[in-house]
Design a protein around this ligand. Structure first.
Ligand code: ADP
Ligand code: ADP
Length: 225
């Protein structure tokens, strides 16, 4: 079954066509990397799927529901940002529970769910700390838990590893892959790193000038043995 289908999806900013009538189908449980040069439309595509940006034309279908006109919280998607997107004045556990608070979930349930997610990313001992008291990799794991707490069918990741040093980047890559396998959900991960896509992706979608230039397995797209 397709987890995500984009049908003739376009985004224009004034005279600029950022995304130019793209068609894409992604099967459930796929780790998809969206790759391409700066300005090719990756982030615009991600923001339209998340609902943070309206589509200019076309449709976004998640599962079997057309979500093109739904608000972000009702799409079954979640977005993971770089670590600095954590709320600096909230503790780790409150950061993780944030989306549930916004949704009016009671405190006991929020605590329980947030604890489960902290456990999943091995951050339970840090529940009471503030983000500034964590390393970059730890902040990243908290950001991941925060995104996963709404139980999204699709997790959208916008260059999630680019703020990390090379060592942590490799380590977090493995964590992302493990979690994606464990949870069985669809990941759509924007990156401009070919190595990163090579290590993570089941499916590579290569964009250029607002269009999909190529897609396939990393081997097919990068033409490697
Ligand atoms: P990428 O993520 O691949 O770097 P973007 O989706 O951010 O690409 O941008 C695609 C194109 O749309 C670029 O030409 C960019 O300058 C333009 N663009 C992106 N966001 C905006 C915006 N809010 N207003 C005007 N132009 C934008
Ligand atoms: P959603 O998942 O519904 O988009 P988020 O909790 O991810 O909501 O918030 C979206 C963005 O708004 C975050 O990346 C964050 O930078 C900013 N933001 C929202 N509320 C606050 C806050 N209280 N303090 C700092 N930043 C905030």
């Amino acid at each position: 079954p397709a987890a995500l289908e984009l049908v003739a999806l376009s985004k224009r900013y004034g005279a600029t066509t950022a995304v130019d009538a793209i068609d894409l189908r992604i099967a459930a449980g796929t780790y998809c990397c969206l790759l391409g040069p700066s300005g090719c439309g990756k982030s615009s595509t991600l923001r339209m799927i998340a609902g943070h940006e309206a589509a200019s034309e076309g449709d976004i279908i998640l599962g079997n529901q057309n979500v093109t006109d739904l608000p972000p919280a009702r799409r079954g998607t979640a977005m993971m940002f770089q670590s600095y997107a954590l709320f600096p004045h909230l503790t780790v556990i409150d950061n993780v529970a944030f989306a549930l608070k916004m949704r009016g979930v009671d405190k006991a349930t929020r605590r329980r769910r947030a604890s489960e997610l902290l456990d999943l990313v091995a951050m339970t001992p840090y529940a009471g700390r503030l983000p500034t008291q964590l390393s970059g990799g730890q902040q990243q794991r908290v950001a991941l838990a925060r995104a996963l707490i709404t139980e999204p069918q699709i997790l959208l990741l916008d260059e999630p590893l680019s703020a990390l040093d090379p060592f942590l980047r490799i380590k977090m890559r493995a964590e992302l892959k493990r979690l994606q396998r464990e949870l069985g959900i669809t990941f759509i991960h924007v990156t401009h790193g070919q190595e990163e896509a090579m290590a993570l992706a089941d499916l590579v979608v290569l964009m250029n000038g607002g269009r999909i230039e190529q897609m396939g397995s990393p081997r097919e797209v990068f033409n490697r043995p």
